[in-house]
Design a protein around this ligand. Sequence first.
Ligand SMILES: *[C@@H]1O[C@H](CO)[C@@H](O)[C@H](O)[C@H]1NC(C)=O
Ligand SMILES: *[C@@H]1O[C@H](CO)[C@@H](O)[C@H](O)[C@H]1NC(C)=O
Ligand SMILES: *[C@@H]1O[C@H](CO)[C@@H](O)[C@H](O)[C@H]1NC(C)=O
Ligand SMILES: *[C@@H]1O[C@H](CO)[C@@H](O)[C@H](O)[C@H]1NC(C)=O
Length: 355
Amino acid sequence: MRLETGLSLRCLCAVVLMVFGRVATEESADTHLRMLSTPSNLNVLEGATVLLPCNVLNLDRNVRIWKHLPSRILFSGTVSVSRDAQIELVNGSSLRISALTPQYAGEYVCLISHHLALNVTHRIRVLVPPSIHPDPHSGKVIVRKGNPASFSCKASGVPKPVVTWSYEHGDSQSSQLPSGVRQVNGGTELQISSVDVHHAGTYRCSAENDVGEPASTAFNFTVLYAPDLTVKPEWVHGDEGATVEFACTSHSAPPSHVTWMKGDPKHNTSLHSGDRIRMRDKLTPPTTMESWLKLQRLRKEDLGTYACVAKNTVGLSYKMVEISGCEIVQTATRREAISEKQQPLMLRTSPVTQE
Ligand SMILES: *[C@@H]1O[C@H](CO)[C@@H](O)[C@H](O)[C@H]1NC(C)=O
Ligand SMILES: *[C@@H]1O[C@H](CO)[C@@H](O)[C@H](O)[C@H]1NC(C)=O
Ligand SMILES: *[C@@H]1O[C@H](CO)[C@@H](O)[C@H](O)[C@H]1NC(C)=O
Ligand SMILES: *[C@@H]1O[C@H](CO)[C@@H](O)[C@H](O)[C@H]1NC(C)=O
């Protein structure tokens, strides 16, 4: 009853207004088409579902048109134009988008046919947790000393993730990268112009954007280099019948194979373990090989040069020593080691390195 009265009053008003040729008044606004929904900005996680309202007053015979800007028409009235199974119309008005992926990001506008200026726009940003695409993909970088190297962590996600690096070597871990390592391409790539031994280790990159968990990956960086040798002792006194022993330590990557030779190593006269000659090796991964040469019951013919020869896939190095039978100037320190009965033996070292 009351409703009818209202309606008839309004009709009357309209008639009166028409009669007097007036413009629309507030009273008549209720019959006008109005957009009730307001625009929104939505930040939603990938995979989520969103509801975009488009409530309209006095729609009459007009229809809603939903568009994904710039030009993809989704619905015209209740007809699905895009036929996208992830986009539905709810209650004939709101748009529901499920299982959001980044391709659904952007602006959605609800337009009213013939009244395009009465529209509402919803903006969707699809947040994506960080992910990393390492290059090289294997996470293994093997480079010879002196060569350039680079490896990168391209990170994706919304918003754009920030990439940070840390360095681990042995037991130590640091956000400080070794000297000579440069960060380029917005920090996503590491470059080394000339690789050195101290660059070896594990480089970890981590990408963070405050959405979900940070992503991280590691590169194992191996530096290959030719053997670097030390012999110890550098010289020793030995007497006929005595025992002398030398240690040779080789640092290299990969670890080297160590042999001992008598004389110039170019003549390739390898020593073999036997009655008076003993050799043993000890490998301490990843880079150290130690080798010992023991000469027992020393004879005159043992005098001369010896070489510790270390070889790996990168190169070969050797260090020579000499056992000499010459009389030596007896110094206070040396005299202690010299037997009174026998001819003193002197050992000289003459290091040679060849790469
Ligand atoms: C659809 O309409 C029904 C009944 O009017 C209401 O209960 C429901 O909340 C509406 N759904 C949406 C998504 O607006
Ligand atoms: C939405 O309405 C505004 C004016 O309110 C207009 O400038 C804009 O062009 C309309 N959008 C579309 C997509 O028609
Ligand atoms: C990297 O090196 C560490 C330690 O040497 C090892 O535990 C890890 O498995 C290596 N990772 C790869 C990808 O080779
Ligand atoms: C040295 O001898 C080893 C075997 O004892 C042999 O494999 C190698 O080819 C030789 N090298 C040269 C330069 O003669």
